[in-house]
Write a protein that binds this ligand. Structure first.
Ligand SMILES: [Zn+2]
Length: 320
């Protein structure tokens, strides 16, 4: 199996009309490095794409995209470039990127041109930005690629911000993370441009310190939150049902919290993020994490505070 570390350059529309075309980000360049299973660089790939939608380059983007007009005019149409890329990728590979957005935008561009998607549902990938944070920081901070390169003392022999160069540096960081803490690779990510189609396609992964679940699509939030599999709380250490001490409550309509308790392993903090798809449906990303009693108490306080705020709001409304 190979690792395909890739990066994209794109042009962005700042007009609402263009956003409504369904393609807010038009990809202009794909750059990639192929690593074998020992993480040795075995090949490189680079293709420039001729813009079809946004023929002017946004001023803001121009500062980021370091490409000339001539270069773009001589580029290939997206479907041809993309097929070349896929052929180059081969059959057995894991995609690796810096951050979380490139696979979604790649698939959005593919859908725009009526191409087959990369997968029928969520697509497993490696987020090297997350790996860097897990290996060298707290696992939460998100650093710029150049910051990571500087931190690791990687030689800056290429400029930044061209797709190939950024893919090259991302691959370098990946190599370093892997030799320092190879188990970081367990912390896989999923691109959910296409949510699970059915219950059997839903994703459930147990990481060492938390579990993650990605649900199928639901027509609305209420149906989603009331689904038994969405609302259930299982301890990821012993796989047993953990009854809820504080039932799921919404913070802002997007995030929900709960506290469950496993007799053997203690308190579990539950968090649900409600995600909207391009079609207006909803799917759920649920995480469960073993926490201390104090951390569980914080959630209880959060709920109390919300209740207080809501009742004050109601009272203020009545008085007006
Ligand atoms: Zn347990």
């Amino acid at each position: 199996m190979n690792y395909i570390v890739f990066d994209l350059e794109w042009n962005q529309s700042n007009e609402k009309f263009n956003r409504d075309l369904g393609l807010p980000f038009e990809i202009l360049e794909i750059g990639a490095v192929k690593l074998n299973k020992k993480l040795k660089v075995v090949d490189k790939f680079e293709v420039v794409i001729k813009p079809q939608i946004y023929h002017y380059i946004n001023y803001i983007t121009t500062k980021i995209v370091h490409m000339t007009k001539e270069e773009l005019e001589n580029g290939k149409p997206f479907p041809i470039a993309m097929n070349e890329f896929l052929e180059w990728c081969g059959k057995d590979y894991i995609l690796c990127i810096w951050g979380t957005s490139d696979i979604t935008e790649l698939q959005r561009n593919m859908m725009y041109y009526g191409m087959d998607m990369l997968a029928d549902g969520p697509l497993l990938y490696y987020d090297i930005q997350k790996f860097f944070s897990l290996a060298y920081e707290d696992g939460k901070k998100r650093r710029a690629l150049e910051t990571a390169v500087d931190y690791l003392g990687i030689e800056k022999d290429n400029p930044f911000h061209r797709a190939y160069d950024d893919a090259y540096y991302t691959a370098k960081v990946f190599q370093r993370v892997n030799s320092y803490k190879p188990k970081t690779k367990r912390y896989v990510s999923y691109d959910v441009f296409i949510a699970p189609r059915s219950r059997k396609d839903e994703i459930e992964v147990n990481f060492k310190t938390y579990s993650k679940y990605i649900s199928r699509e639901f027509p609305d939030k209420m149906v989603a939150i009331e689904d038994p599999r969405v609302s259930e709380t299982k301890c990821y250490e012993c796989k047993r049902a953990a009854p809820q001490r504080i039932k799921w409550f919404s913070v802002n309509g997007k995030h929900y919290f709960c506290v469950a308790y496993c007799k053997k392993h203690g308190y579990l903090k539950g968090k649900i993020r409600m995600k909207k798809t391009d079609d207006g449906n909803f799917y759920v990303v649920k995480t469960l994490k073993l926490v201390s009693r104090e951390q569980a108490q914080e959630i209880a306080l959060k709920q109390d505070k919300l209740r207080l705020q809501r009742s004050e709001k109601r009272r203020a409304k009545k008085e007006n």
